[in-house]
Design a protein around this ligand. Structure first.
Ligand code: SF4
Length: 381
């Protein structure tokens, strides 16, 4: 079983903090959807056992910028090429794209989960970020989706904005809790080079971001309030009501292969061999819509790939699995990697920053706040 990810790199406008690959020129959408459908048939046909898909994720960009017919076309091809056994089918949406008509199309296609970028419930801040929606559109969108029968909704929040106070953040957390959604992701605002926000900060047109201590307090408040409200903190940035952890993202964290379609999409295959000295192949498509379409129209796959050797695979497991509350399953490591990992982990176990239960190594609550340092200490250099 694998996850299928389809990248839809179109946005109605660009948010100032965003480093994802996308364009605001919407005229190539149909050609792009045609190319993604063709890419499905150009990829080696998956065998029955390994070709079944158990999660589908339409990410972006803004997948809700596709028309209902373009969405129908994608699903027609998915069902033609893959053995579609998807129990979780997610689309990322912007709140202002959610209409009753669009929600009905999602339900018709079997899309049963929506991930929506709310980011903050402060209209001034939304305006500063160049988000297109208002705070009031988020609860309306949640209601519209529920009325259409979409009962698994995830909302993204951000914190650590310039001038944001702990009280501002508390208001955002309370606003999101009032929505009673099934899943929440919360990320600290990062300044990525090349983004408009990065340029604004460097030209002094935006005040710098919140300091480390405030960021820590915000994260602490997030964990306290969400766990008190019944959410499971199952990954550093992700919270879910019981039974609503993201299956698609969990499969990335559990080292399960995935297929990525579209410009800039990544795919991952674990190679056969000893499970404890695993190697894998990661491939990625060109991050340029026009080059992507052109290559596919010529019957070529515009991708590059790299072999992930056993040590790199171990390092990847450290930086991914340790982010989750399930932690790193040491029984999946070779004797060599397990010995190395436990030796390096000992000081963090002694300091109550890591814990070991049932052969699973995971971060303690204290360890969550220094996770980057712990992970970088456990990887092989
Ligand atoms: S944050 Fe989302 S909507 Fe905004 S530019 Fe990035 S991909 Fe597009």
């Amino acid at each position: 079983m694998a996850g299928l990810y389809i990248h839809i790199p179109f946005c109605a406008s660009r948010c100032i903090y965003c480093g994802f690959y996308s364009t605001t020129s919407l005229e190539l959408r149909q050609q792009y959807v045609d190319a993604v459908c063709r890419e499905m048939s150009l990829l080696p046909t998956p065998s029955k056992e390994r070709g079944s898909i158990d999660t589908i994720y339409l990410g972006g960009g803004t997948p809700s910028q596709l028309t209902p017919d373009q969405l129908r076309q994608l699903f027609l091809y998915i069902n033609k090429v893959y053995e579609n056994q998807a129990v979780e089918v997610t689309i990322e949406m912007n709140p202002d794209d959610v209409t009753a008509e669009y929600a009905a199309v999602l339900a018709e296609l079997g899309i049963n989960r929506v991930s929506m970028g709310a980011q903050t419930f402060d209209d001034e801040r939304l305006h500063f970020l160049h988000r297109r929606h208002t705070a009031g559109q988020v609860p309306q969108a949640v209601k519209t989706l529920r009325d259409a029968g979409i009962l698994n909704i995830s909302v993204d929040l951000m914190y650590g904005f310039p001038n944001e106070t702990l009280e501002d953040w508390q208001r955002d957390i309370e606003a999101v809790l009032a929505l009673n959604v099934e899943h929440l992701s919360a990320y600290c605002l990062m300044i990525e080079e090349g983004t408009p926000l990065y340029r604004m900060l460097h030209k002094g047109k935006a005040s710098s971001l919140c300091d480390e201590e405030l960021e820590r307090q915000m994260y602490e408040m997030l964990i306290d309030k969400l766990t008190a409200a019944g959410y499971e903190h199952y990954e550093i940035s992700n919270f879910a009501k019981p039974g609503y952890r993201s299956r698609h993202n969990s499969s990335y964290w559990q080292d399960i292969p995935y297929i990525g379609l579209g410009a800039a999409a990544h795919s991952y295959t674990v190679l056969e061999g000893s499970p404890s000295e695993r190697t894998a192949v990661r491939s990625w498509n060109v991050a340029d819509i026009q080059q992507y379409i052109k290559a596919i129209e010529h019957g070529e796959l515009p991708s590059e790939q790299e072999l992930i050797d056993a040590d790199t695979h171990y390092n990847d497991r450290i930086t991914v699995a340790l982010r989750t509350s399930n932690g790193l399953d040491l029984t999946n490591l070779s004797n060599r990697h397990r010995r190395y990992c436990l030796k390096e982990a000992q000081r963090f176990l002694d300091d109550d920053l890591l814990q070991l239960h049932d052969n699973h190594l995971s971060l303690t609550r204290k360890g969550l706040f220094v996770s980057d340092y712990i992970m970088s200490s456990l990887i092989m250099v």
